[in-house]
Design a protein. Sequence first.
Length: 273
Amino acid sequence: MATYAIGDIQGCYTAFVNLLDLIRFNPKQDRLWLVGDIVNRGPDSLSMLRFAKAAGESVVMVLGNHDLHLIMVHAGIGRCHKNDTIQPILEADDCDELLHWLRQQRLFYTESNYAMVHAGLLPAWSITQSEALAGEVESALRQANYPDVFSQLYGNQPDYWKDSWSNPERMRVIINAMTRMRVCNSDGRMGFAFKGTLQTIPDGFMPWFDVPNRASSNQTIICGHWSALGLHITDNMIALDSGCVWNGQLSAMRLEDRKVFQIPCDTPAAQGC
């Protein structure tokens, strides 16, 4: 049995299937950990979402910003953007069933010495606190009235954490950190405008995983989201978004021995939402 963590797929279903062939994935024995953003921008988000749902317990995934965006558009809270490719999902006969399944997925997952989140964790959050905070969002997302709860989801403020935050600010900070953050300052204030490389980070900011005395550094974090960072591996951090949807590569790591598998992605243009 093997466990493979896989970076942002974003609807690049053909590349995903090719990667499964490369690693010789056996759904009866192996497991896939998907770091979020399994849909949007790529050409076949519908097939990817159907695969993940049908895979049952062989797939563990955390929600990314694009997955949440799909949920919110379906709920009538968000709106489609120019480069979105989620319309086939919204028009599918099994759309409601697929989106119900997607709302049951985690925002944060931990097992053994690994923890998985789409974007990152604020430096003050321990693994235990992160799991509890993610649980607040997960519980709300699974309720029938979730559109009311998430109607004030969008926004960059507040851009820092206080334990005393109440909703909607509290939920917005949790979601923004776990699904959107790339950099923050030493006090944990997030910068959302930056999407570049390590060499172009603005003064005063640093990668969230490089903040000194980060409370979650005792566990290896698996994440994605930051395609300009690319495949980035240290002792306690594994970043797997290698830009498949941007004609980069789709990356997987076998967690038992940390062996990396990659395939090139040639992503055709897809019709927008």
